[in-house]
Ligand binder design. Structure first.
Ligand code: CO8
Length: 282
């Protein structure tokens, strides 16, 4: 369990505190003035969601919730990537117990972030495919930096995004746009994402993105927090109820899908493609 010890950073760094975390894959920083917590993912090179990162994100969300922050901003320590989605290595020739745990923790992270009552926003300071898009769309507001891509590209890997994974996407996009994007594995550019409503604003830098997220959270300052929280829950309850009904079956579906020989072959080829892309860059 994460310690809730708060470390004061002193005057030089301004009114901020860091919550200490057991591992170093996420940090949580609370702005003392605004009461807003920033959760930063720090798993180089691309914040691939392996089991450990997912466990850390979940613990950090819980810690922020327990410390009664006024809002939560999620962002990344990487200069180019917000989050590259599930660590594909977790799905390739997987150890079964671990694969089960990875999917269960992805569910837990989504459920914690989607269902949290405080205002949430994503400062998307880099690419956000698949599980990265999942985190961003679980939040209430999204600000993204230019020249990046965001979307649910699961079909490209031969896998099918289940309904709960798509629900945040469907909260912000018309059904027709969402269906086409998923079936085409479309990754939206920053400009396209703004045009379609997948993100709410563009910022020129991560700092500006975080500021805009904080400004969004600040808009609730004069709203009764209990009324706000219950209203948010009301909007999200159907998706969460459905998710809880299906979550165990969803784990079985995921395992059986990922273990199919043709899916393993597809994931292997996709991994090779990523490596080749890197070699071509050199
Ligand atoms: N997992 C593991 N490793 C990754 C991943 C990943 N998702 N993404 C990138 N990497 C690795 C690369 O292989 C490379 O490794 P190495 O240094 O060892 O060669 C390193 O990270 C850096 O990658 P790039 O050189 O590609 O970095 P760029 O900054 O140029 O590009 C991108 C960053 C845009 C994020 C690019 O890496 C990319 O497109 N990655 C793939 C993203 C992706 O397709 N993710 C899908 C994951 S699946 C998922 O999240 C949902 C699963 C739902 C399943 C539902 C079933 C029921």
């Amino acid at each position: 369990m994460i310690s809730s010890r708060l470390v004061s950073l002193g005057a030089r760094t301004g009114p901020r505190r860091f919550m200490s975390t057991a591992s170093k894959l996420t940090t949580v920083e609370v702005n003392d003035k605004t009461g807003i917590a920033t959760l930063t993912m720090c798993r180089p090179p691309v914040n691939g969601q392996n089991l450990e990162l997912l466990l850390d994100i979940k613990s950090s969300i819980k810690e922020i919730e327990n410390n009664s922050s006024r809002g939560l901003i999620i962002t990344s320590a990487s200069p180019k990537v917000f989050c590259a989605g599930l660590d594909i290595l977790e799905m390739y020739k997987p150890e079964q117990q671990r694969l089960r745990a990875v999917w269960t923790e992805l569910q837990n992270v989504w459920c914690a972030l989607y269902g949290i009552s405080m205002p949430t926003a994503a400062a998307i300071n880099g690419h956000a495919p698949a599980g990265g898009c999942l985190l961003a769309t679980a939040c209430e507001y999204r600000v993204m930096v230019p020249d990046c891509r965001i979307g649910l590209n699961e079909t490209q890997l031969g896998i099918i995004a289940p309904k709960w994974l798509v629900s945040g996407f469907l909260n912000v996009l018309p059904k027709r746009v969402a269906e086409r994007a998923l079936t085409q594995s479309r990754l939206f550019t920053t400009d396209e994402a703004l045009q379609e409503g997948l993100i709410d604003e563009i910022a020129t830098s991560k700092e500006e993105a975080v500021e805009k997220c904080a400004a969004f959270i600040g808009t609730f300052a004069r709203v009764n927090p209990v009324a706000r929280a219950l209203t948010k829950q009301q909007f999200r309850a159907d998706n969460l109820r459905q998710f809880h009904k299906e979550r165990e079956q969803d784990v079985e579906n995921f395992l059986s899908l990922v273990n199919r020989p043709e899916v393993q072959k597809g994931i292997g080829l996709y991994l090779q493609g990523l490596k080749k892309k890197k070699a071509n860059k050199k």
